[in-house]
Design a protein. Structure first.
Ligand SMILES: [Zn+2]
Ligand SMILES: [Zn+2]
Length: 283
């Protein structure tokens, strides 16, 4: 199965240490996407109306329940499908464990699990997974990829949220904090958009300032630019010691708008004692 476009191929040739992760992520995505039934959204006006109060779509009870239903219905089949993907040994073990566990659970328990994930009750979710001795990273990856696949594409488009006037520092669909930012050329200069690592929605946000703590004092912010990678920089906030990776070009979104594609920059930031936020793998 060919899951890479040319941009990605070129990028992986230059960053061979990312190839295994890339193949895994992209084939997981390709395996999940075709089977999923989309979340039914009546019309875009209703979505805008629902988001008027600042509550993300999937934090509204009715939509959260629909999303949980889809997750619970699709999870066993998706895990079954994953068994045939080529992957490294530890992952083979993890996916077998997960598939066996899921088969044995009652619907209520799976509903509880998916509810914790969607409401982002991360401590409770981690405790649950530990108690059941389940591989947390794989489960989070699979469930968030399912969420991403069930949200209709037009709702993930930045232009939609630009029109709807959503400019908060959390995702209008699932409510997660952003993991990355993208500077796009607009009519007047450049505008900043944020990207959700859970459902991969993109939405507009203020051009300057810290996305996470709201600091707008630019003397307390700086930019880290990795020498070998001009397309991607890190905007660092000296107040909360967090950073956001920012893609500041256009054309290679299929590479740079995947958080895992620049995981080496996160390691660099970690060495400097900075905090990463918004990753769907992190509690
Ligand atoms: Zn989201
Ligand atoms: Zn900050």
């Amino acid at each position: 199965m060919n899951v890479m476009d040319n941009h990605m191929e070129k990028y992986l040739n230059a960053h061979p240490f990312l190839r295994e992760t890339a193949e895994l992520q992209l084939s997981l995505n390709a395996a999940i996407r075709p089977g999923i039934s989309p979340l039914e959204i009546p019309d875009t006006d209703e979505v805008k109306a629902l988001n008027k109060d600042g509550v993300p779509l999937l934090q509204h009870k009715a939509y959260q329940e629909k999303a949980i239903q889809i997750l619970v219905a699709q999870l066993p089949a998706v895990l079954e499908q994953l068994q045939s993907l080529e992957c490294p040994q530890p992952m083979q073990e993890a996916r077998r464990l997960l598939a066996e566990w899921t088969q044995k659970q009652t619907v209520d328990k799976l509903v509880a699990l998916c509810g914790l994930l969607l409401r982002q009750e991360d401590d409770k979710l981690s405790a649950f997974l530990q108690e059941e001795q389940l591989p947390e990273q794989l489960l989070r990856t699979v469930l968030w990829q399912l969420v991403e696949a069930m949200v209709p594409a037009p709702l993930k488009d930045y232009a939609f949220w630009q029109k709807a006037g959503w400019n908060k520092n959390f995702c209008p669909i699932c409510g997660r904090q952003p993991v990355m930012a993208h500077l796009r050329k607009e009519k007047e200069g450049r505008a900043r958009f944020l990207l959700c690592d859970g459902c991969h929605t993109e939405w507009p946000f203020a051009r300057v300032g810290c996305v996470y703590c709201g600091n707008t004092d630019l003397t307390k912010m700086h930019i880290l630019e990795p020498e070998e990678q001009t397309a991607m920089r890190m905007d660092v906030c000296d107040v909360c010691q967090s950073y956001i990776k920012t893609y500041n070009e256009e054309g290679a979104e299929s590479v740079y708008l995947h958080d895992w594609a620049t995981i080496h920059l996160d390691l660099l930031a970690e060495e400097k004692g900075l905090h990463k936020k918004g990753s769907s793998l992190l509690a």
